[in-house]
Each structure stands twice: as C-alpha cells, then as structure tokens.
Design a protein around this ligand. Structure first.
Ligand code: PMP
Length: 390
C-alpha cells in the first residue's frame, strides 16, 4: 500500500498518455507495477528505493543481470563510433558465425525482437515450401504477430484462421491426424519445446521426435522457437533432444540487454531472402543487425559459455528441488522455473514485498551474477509467500 501511494504521482501521469498507464501488456500487474529506476548485477531498485533480486530479468533476456561490465564495455566501444549505419558491418558476420557454431544451423538473419524472428520464420517457411498452412500449439506464446495470436482476439482478421491450425499442446494423436489429413498443405510446424505460457513443462522426447519425423515425411518445415529456451544449452533446448530443426528463432539473451532477434536455418530454407537468388523475399528492418546490439550480444553469449550454462542450470535445478521439498509446485528446466499459484497477482506482490521480482505469471529466471545465497533468499521468499497466501 505504501509502495502504491509512493508511485501514485507517476501512475497518474502515465494513465493520461499511455492506455492503462503502460506500454507492455506482458508486465502489467494490477493495480499497476512499480517503476524501475536502476539495476546492478542481480538487483533492481525501484522509484521508492525498494530493492528486489531480479528473477524476471526482463522476461528472461538479461542472462548476466544488469550492467555487466564486459557487455557494457562492448556496447560502449561501438557507440562512440556510431550506433547504426545504412551499410552492413562486420559485427553481423562475427555474430552469425558464433550463432552458426553454437546452434548448428549455417544461415542467419537478424531482427529486433522475438516477434519479428517468428514472423520471419513463418515467411521463410511459406516462401520456401510454397504452402500457406502454419501449425502451432494452443497456449504457446510466440510474440504478437497475427499468425501466432488466437484468431478470436480482437484485431486479428477472421480470414487468417484458414491458414493457421492450432492444435492441443503435446497431443500426438491430433497432431498425426492433422498431418495425415493436411500434411501436403503444411508450410511449417512451430513449436516451443518448453512453452512458458502453457506451463513451462519440457516436451517429451517422443513428441519432439514425432514433430521432426512428421514434418520431414510431409515436406513441411520444423521451426523451433528458442526465444526463451536458448539459455538452456549451448545452442538451445532442441539440442538436448538430438533433433535438427529447419529453422530456429532466437531473441532475448542474444541482445546483451539491447533489442534483438535472429532467425537461423538451413541455407536453402533462408535462400528466399538472398537478394542475388531467385526467391526474392524482401525484408529490411531499419535497426536490424545494428552493431550496438550485436557487439553487446556477442560478448554476452561468449561469457555464457558451456561452463556458465551448466552452473546456472544446476542452480535452477537446486532451487526447484528446494521448492518441491517445501511443497511448492514448480515446473521448468535448468535456469527457468515456473510457479503455479492460483493467486497470480497476490503472489507477485508478496514476492515483490519480500524483495523478489518475478514474471507476472510466476516465472523465475536466474542470471549468472546469482549464487546459492541468492537462491536461498528466493526460495525463502517463495515459501513464506505461499504460507501467507494459504
Ligand atoms: N517466442 C517466445 C517463446 C517468447 O517467449 C516470446 C516473448 N516472451 C516471443 C517469441 C516474442 O519475443 P519478443 O517479446 O522479443 O517480441
């Protein structure tokens, strides 16, 4: 209550110029979230001076937390020489090489967000296959473009539904039936192997393999959306399943804290974007592949090497074990955990008061500056919040 009254002056100004007082629907929490002022390492300070350990990390994107000196130095080194050019830069070659090596897909294109990466993936798949139908799974979030938002949402053209099939999550039967019936119309199957909004439960090995084999059989592409899950392995979560997708979308951690997105794929699948080729899919993006994002992102990814990934995943596994032992339902994998309390808003505020910034849906994303002291604090805050809400 005290926090709300202290932020009232900002809120009053905000609601006059922003619908509901906020830009990003995804981080709204009733009646209104506090205002961030600064971040350092794993911590964020809000406008009232309250300090919270950051388990939101700008929706999983700040893999090294705030103000990592090496990432900031990489960005600053570029900025003094210009932030964006009407010419390509070497930064985009360097970063594409790094991503190719890590993800195991040879061809890359950069953009500014996960939403754009998914849009570009869908465009690539349709251009490459000459087919229109996109298959995706109910409850998985893939950003805000028309094709991946529920067709009954306001603002989505009704006609769009004809080219998008939305199937129940992880249901082998409906999936195979759809592929049997319409396989030759399918441009791509879009899958998140651990969909946050659908509960943050990893796909089974069988289902991941089924999507791979069915798409291959019918000449459709498999797009794995690794916008959140890239942090779980050196080249993302799909590598743990031993499958090779045709296209992979990335964003969040690859920007080092700056706006970023990328699409990786087999060379021939991305060939439609080749201005010298026959495909001729035009796709610009004034700030796509800007060198500030790319140099910061490259440094962030270099620092997030196999050892760092393993350490952070182990820290997350330990946190989930602690939660389960305390009777708290927690899903996820490695550094990503999701809580499933029915009082989503109540839990968010309880945690915030106790010094923990979570995702508005109960997502807990760890960052490399954290250690076991931090996770002990996080565990304690979650367990005591659950008790108080009971
Ligand atoms: N795909 C997935 C799996 C996501 O979680 C998100 C964002 N949370 C997106 C796509 C969209 O990314 P962005 O918010 O950068 O547009």
């Amino acid at each position: 209550d005290n926090l709300l009254s202290l932020t009232a002056p900002l809120r009053e100004r905000a609601v006059k110029v922003l619908p509901g007082g906020i830009t990003r629907s995804t981080l709204f929490v009733a009646p209104h979230p506090p205002y961030a002022v600064s971040g350092d390492g794993a911590w964020v300070t809000d406008s009232t001076g309250h300090r919270v350990i950051d388990c939101n990390n700008n929706y999983t994107s700040l893999i090294h937390g705030h103000n990592n000196p090496e990432v900031m130095a990489a960005a600053a080194a570029v900025m003094t020489g210009g932030t964006a050019f009407g010419l390509p830069t070497e930064a985009e070659i360097d970063f594409a090489e790094l991503l190719s090596q890590r993800v195991g897909l040879p061809s890359w294109r950069f953009c500014n967000s996960g939403t754009e990466a998914v849009m570009m993936a869908v465009r690539a798949a349709r251009a490459y296959t000459g087919r229109d139908l996109l298959v995706r799974f109910e409850g998985s979030y893939h950003g805000t473009s028309d094709a991946v938002v529920a067709s009954d949402s306001p603002g989505i053209p009704r006609g769009l539904a004809a080219d998008v099939a939305v199937l129940p999550q992880a249901d082998a039967e409906t999936f195979t039936a759809l592929m049997r019936r319409r396989g030759s119309d399918v441009a791509a199957v879009l899958i998140d192997l651990m969909p946050n909004r659908a509960g943050l439960v990893p796909a089974t090995q069988e289902f991941a393999e089924l999507v791979r084999s069915e798409t291959e059989r019918h000449g459709a592409l498999m797009i794995v959306d690794e916008v959140i899950t890239l942090r779980l392995g050196i080249g993302g979560l799909h590598q743990r399943y031993g499958i090779t997708p045709d296209l992979v979308t990335a964003a969040k951690i690859i920007g080092g804290g700056f706006p970023a997105g990328a699409l990786g794929g087999r060379a021939e699948v991305l060939e439609p974007f080749n201005p010298l080729g026959s495909g001729r899919v035009g796709w610009g993006g004034t700030f796509s592949a800007n060198p500030v994002t790319l140099r910061a992102g490259q440094r962030a990814m270099e620092l997030f090497d196999a050892a760092a990934i393993e350490r952070l995943n182990a820290l997350g596994d330990e946190l989930r074990q602690g939660l389960v032992q305390a009777g708290v339902t927690a899903t996820g994998f490695g550094s990503l955990t999701r809580l499933h309390h029915p009082q989503t808003t109540g839990l968010w505020w309880k945690l915030y008061e106790k010094g923990v910034l979570a995702g508005t849906n109960g997502l807990i994303a760890l960052s490399t500056p954290m250690d076991t002291t931090d996770t002990a604090h996080i565990l304690e805050a979650i367990v005591s919040s659950y008790k108080e809400l009971a």
